[in-house]
Design a protein around this ligand. Sequence first.
Ligand code: GLC
Length: 535
Amino acid sequence: MGAMTDPSPWWSRAVFYQVYPRSFRDSNGDGVGDLDGVTAGLDYLADLGVDALWLNPVTVSPMADHGYDVSDPRDIDPLFGGIEALDRLVAAAHERGIRITMDLVPNHTSSAHPWFAAALAAGPGSAQRARYLFRDGTGPGGVNPPNNWISIFGGPAWTRVVERDGAPGQWYLHLFDPEQPDLNWDNPEVFEDLEKTLRFWLDRGVDGFRIDVAHGMAKPPDLPDMQLAENKLLADMDSDPRFNHEGVHDIHRNIRAVLNDYPDAVAVGEVWVYDNAAFAAYLRPDELHLGFNFRLVRAEFGADEIRDAIENSLAAVALQDATPTWTLSNHDVEREVTRYGGGPLGLARARAMALVMLALPGVVFVYNGEELGLPNVDLPDEVLQDPVWERSDRTERGRDGCRVPLPWSGDAPPFGFSTTADTWLPMPADWASSTVERQLADPESTLHFFRRALRLRRDRSGVVGAELTGLSSEDGVLTVQTEGGLRCVLNAGAHPVDLPAGEVLLTSAPLQEHSPSLRSPRPGRLPPNAAAWVL
Ligand code: GLC
């Protein structure tokens, strides 16, 4: 369709590996991962078989939301090694044929951004305040916030400032933490500055962006009240006035116009929009290249639920002839091993779901540690850092449990992640059995399983990850069939099932033997909570 769609841009069936830089690898012994740590891990990632990295934010930030509060979007925070460390990473990754994409945070800045300091100093009605969403309060003396919006992290989405004369003054909007004031996207200066940021990183050799809250930015002019039941990152927000305002599409068109000057660059948006047509609108040929699709993240482990998620994801992108994307986890959600029941059951299901995901056409995102089968970590209260914890009055534990540093080697924390045991989040002692070192030594490990699956996806691209020709679920069994004749069978039921005849390329768990009396020419039986690729 669309004249702008190159038949095969590099990202069209790429496997992206999401690096949470604080947690991947620490090169300088301060207990926090950094970019030279990522560079040191590139051979590991090349062996895993990934095509590109998505780095969570590494730009300058006071780290109130671990980098999603940006105070200088055109420099790298010293915590992550400064801008030279990014240059080293880009060069070393490109040598290995791995692309680098960065997180871009256009919805808000940090309250430490010079613009926000200037806005506070300049006072009501000033051009400086017009870069953000300052409003007078309601009620006597403006004591109440301008509307009833709630922050995604809990509590009101408005904070009242103290004016220069010391009196309580205007309120400013922050859909997230108070240290993340929302920008006013009706102000042309805001896009002018974003364009500088886009060109700054693209000119430095970065291959694209993951756009944070890509369904945010634009706000309805009258800022109408919201339905308070809708305040959840994972909730169905389609009627929520805080997000998905139609003005957002002009912003994406403007971003795309810049990216088109860099023909290989890609933008993938974080779009928490569920209606298929509304989601697809972000993927029009002059908007985002890709949109994150969270349906697999939200689906229960059940054949019908997963079929439904896949069907809807494909139906949505088909509306714009766009490329599907798939992900099972990221830095905002509970890790899938835990979501699917935890322990050996959760791990078995996570491996099975990895085979389903990697059989599908389009782009796949793997979150660091997924390839090691890591579970979420139950962290003690006193180490929690996610702003969600305090802002929910300690009722929501937040996202730290999926952000614990990766175990590389050795028998005790910090497992080669760092040289200090005082890592920014503590690592569980029982991860000794999950280290990269231990898994490399075990041919049955989850790491080897991912390496095999990614290699097959790359080497057998005509069948693994090819267009779908069939998708069905029956009696707890999901079957995905691709153009080249691959059948991916997922057994989400309670009993072993027969596999179709053919060559078994890979299974997520050992098959069960047929009883010898049957002398079946078929492969063995697929146990529950397992998947297989049969050609
Ligand atoms: C996105 C990010 C999340 C962050 C929020 C605010 O949802 O994925 O981690 O806290 O935006 O920037």
